[in-house]
Design a protein around this ligand. Structure first.
Ligand code: UD1
Length: 390
């Protein structure tokens, strides 16, 4: 039987977002749900893990995300308290709305917390961006990924290596579907609306004249605890950035954690160079515009590794490993860890025009969310039919 209408006794799909990197993944999914035949009814839950205007509301506006139907307002806390608080506040949402399934994205604490609650209540969980592994259990995100994938029912992947990771962990291949990358759906959808770097600097009160020399600029983002939570590590990374900015002006979009640690460790003097422009956390359209025109991106973000690969911009990732190996194998990404010599050397290569060109990975074509919507609707209908027959 083909469904042309959403069955009245099949609940809505609850879509969960919590932190900044979730928002650009969920926006295309919600659009695809609305455009599907039949439209998939969705309820958007924001856990409130990120709550500042800069970390949350501005991105909702940029991405044209609907206002959340429910906000759990959990805010910042230790990992245990934050995860527990999301769980405690999410459970009644399931009791009230009886969803047909819960969709979670990425690897933040909210992803795991909502997965656990749903699985315990026997509500199917769908994980978008499943199977990525850094094989580094010191990363809180790796714990979130491994546990979410173990108990989610349907696993949508962004690259083929993810399926192999999942199979190694004993997950049945029937649960895994390679659909492509919803983050790149957002990038392609919004590219034409990106804000120009000159505008972004002007709005942030920085002097756009620094970009006038014609040499271009580099973009930096850093927020991983492994890079920014230890004074010596952070000081040595800021030191090499200070060196690089003598060759090329650098724009540093500062995450709240990084800004707080720079102050706490008394490292502010290392940023006191007019060629190192500090900006507050940027909106989606601002960061997209800054990335698209950068000569080099230095980052420890997962999202920026993928976005620079899609844009063909050389990226140095300041981590020892990546859960997104395709960006290194096929894209423009190079891992440099916290090795100051490697950062200096690889940046020099890129500035000398010898950076990676890369190619865009398979199914990073702007249609991943569409594939998810069609597949998920068919899966839910099939389950529904089986349960009503039984
Ligand atoms: C979280 C995610 C990480 C993701 C990152 C993107 C986990 C385990 N980590 O890390 O995977 O890459 O988001 O930003 O879920 N803060 C604010 N305003 C906010 C939110 C946080 O000032 O809106 C401050 C908090 O007070 C805290 C710091 O930023 O001191 C870190 O926030 P937190 O949500 O704990 O983790 P992130 O480092 O942002």
């Amino acid at each position: 039987m083909i469904f042309t209408q959403w069955p009245a006794d099949l609940g809505p799909v609850i879509c969960v977002v919590g932190a900044r990197p979730n928002f650009m993944k969920m926006a295309p999914i919600l659009r695809a749900f609305a455009a599907n035949t039949p439209p998939i009814p969705a309820l958007l839950v924001h856990t409130g893990q990120h709550y500042d205007r800069e970390m949350s509301d501005k991105l909702f506006e940029d991405l044209k995300l609907p206002h959340p139907d429910i906000n759990l307002d959990v805010g910042s806390a230790s990992h245990a308290v934050q995860t527990a608080e999301v769980m405690r506040r999410f459970e009644p949402v399931l009791d009230t709305h009886h969803p047909s399934c819960v969709v979670v994205v990425g690897d933040v604490n909210s992803t795991l917390a909502c997965t656990l609650v749903s699985a315990k209540k026997d509500i199917p969980v769908v994980h978008v961006e499943a199977g990525l592994r850094s094989y580094d259990r010191a990363m809180p995100e790796e714990i979130n990924r491994v546990l979410t994938d173990q108990i989610a029912d349907l696993l949508y992947t962004t690259e083929r290596s993810a399926e192999a990771n999942l199979l190694r962990e004993g997950i049945a291949s029937e649960r895994v579907r390679f659909v492509g990358n919803v983050m790149i759906d957002s990038l392609l959808h919004n590219r034409e609306f990106a804000r120009t770097p000159a505008d972004t600097l002007a709005v942030a009160g920085a002097d756009p004249a620094l970009l006038d020399g014609g040499s271009g600029y580099g973009l930096i983002t850093l927020h991983r605890p492994s890079n920014v939570d230890h004074p010596e590590t952070l000081a040595s990374l800021l030191g090499v950035l200070l060196e690089i900015c003598e060759q090329l002006p650098l724009i540093f979009a500062l995450h709240p954690r990084t800004r707080a640690n720079i102050e706490r460790f008394g490292l502010g003097h290392l940023l006191a160079n007019p060629r190192l422009i500090q900006l507050p956390p940027q909106g989606y359209l601002e960061i997209l515009g800054l990335m698209a025109e950068a000569r080099i991106v230095l980052t420890d973000s997962g999202g920026l590794q993928e976005e620079t690969t899609a844009l063909g911009i050389p990226c140095l990732t300041l981590r020892q490993n990546t859960e997104r190996p395709i960006t290194v194998e096929q894209g423009t990404n190079t891992l440099v860890g916290r090795d100051i010599d490697a950062i200096r050397r690889e940046a020099g290569e890129i500035l000398a025009g010898r950076g990676k060109h890369g190619r865009v990975p398979e199914r990073w074509d702007g249609r991943a969310a569409e594939r998810i919507a069609a597949d998920l609707a068919a899966w839910l209908f099939q389950k529904h039919q089986a349960s009503t027959k039984g």
